[in-house]
Design a protein around this ligand. Structure first.
Ligand code: KIV
Length: 285
């Protein structure tokens, strides 16, 4: 089926950076949310492994598996027409061997993602980025605070907080760009450092807690909707309070069922008068 919608691609991302046009990205994990985000004109949807916390209730992203990612990637991809769909390669799914990384990334692409995202810029990971790109798979990098390394980082700390560390981040960003990454997520980095990195690489930077000078912004959908029950990070703006809306609706439903008020007439199927009369005259005593 043909539509008039122009799909956002990795090439579009680059053009948007070159034209100083901000790139928008949000996470999504299910069909309907992805559809609404896409219909609102958001440029990219990330099936983030943050689903480990928002959907599966874990404390970190470490427990998320490739099977989890495949389930949610398929659901999101079905809801999207325009946005560029990026799926996270989860913890250790790209650290064992080039073969395993390729198979896992390929599965996410075949599930409907247009790109995969991985964290870090070690020599091993740079090789993987190069290889996946050569295979025809778009790869997004992720630097700064990298949640899959929470145990070695030791906590939720802002990264690149000094001149030297900013230069280290820039060096890693340049290596990712050279390896073929088409964009770079910068998480929890001081605004000045993110600006410096954004100005010194040619692929777009997408910030989360990295200030306003990145080429684009990404946030977790549950955070902006006020749905996640845990702590909301400083870099989040809550644009709605879905938690309260859900609780009010569910409380009302619960009360109405307990009081035998729901279902109402308009929610009920009825027999015709003729059929009901037959039933009444044959009623079993
Ligand atoms: O998993 C995720 O949602 C992410 C974003 C926070 C960038 O990686």
């Amino acid at each position: 089926m043909t539509t008039n919608i122009k799909k956002v691609t990795a090439r579009t991302f680059k053009k948007m950076k070159d034209n100083n046009e901000k790139i928008t990205m949000l996470t999504a994990y299910d069909f309907s949310t992805a559809k609404y985000i896409d219909e609102c004109g958001v440029d990219s949807i990330l099936i983030g492994d943050s689903l480990g916390m928002t959907i599966l209730g874990y404390d970190t992203t470490i427990n998320v598996t490739i099977e989890d990612m495949l389930t949610f990637t398929k659901a999101v991809a079905k809801g999207v027409n325009r946005a560029l769909v990026i799926a996270d390669l989860p913890f250790l799914s790209y650290h064992v061997s080039k073969e395993q990384t390729t198979i896992n990334a390929g599965k996410l692409i075949q599930a409907g993602a247009n790109a995969v995202k991985l964290e870090g810029a070690s020599d091993f990971i740079l090789e993987e980025v190069k290889h996946l790109t050569e295979c025809g798979i778009n790869v997004a990098g992720h630097l700064g605070f990298t949640p899959q390394y929470i145990n070695t980082i030791g906590g939720y700390f802002v990264q690149g907080k000094s001149y030297e560390n900013t230069l280290k981040l820039l060096e890693a960003a340049k290596k990712l760009e050279a390896a073929g990454a088409f964009c770079l997520i910068l998480e929890m980095v001081p605004e000045e450092s993110a600006k410096y990195i954004s100005e010194n690489i040619s692929i777009p930077t997408i910030g989360i807690g990295a200030g306003k000078y990145c080429d684009g912004q990404v946030l977790v959908i549950d955070d902006i909707l006020g749905k996640y029950p845990g702590n909301v990070p400083k870099f989040v703006k809550q644009y709605a309070n879905i938690k309260d809306i859900i609780k009010t609706a569910v409380t009302n439903y619960n009360d109405e069922v307990k009081k035998n008020v729901f279902p109402y007439k308009e929610n009920t199927f009825n027999l015709t008068d003729e059929e009901r009369e037959k039933l009444d005259s044959n009623s079993v005593k």
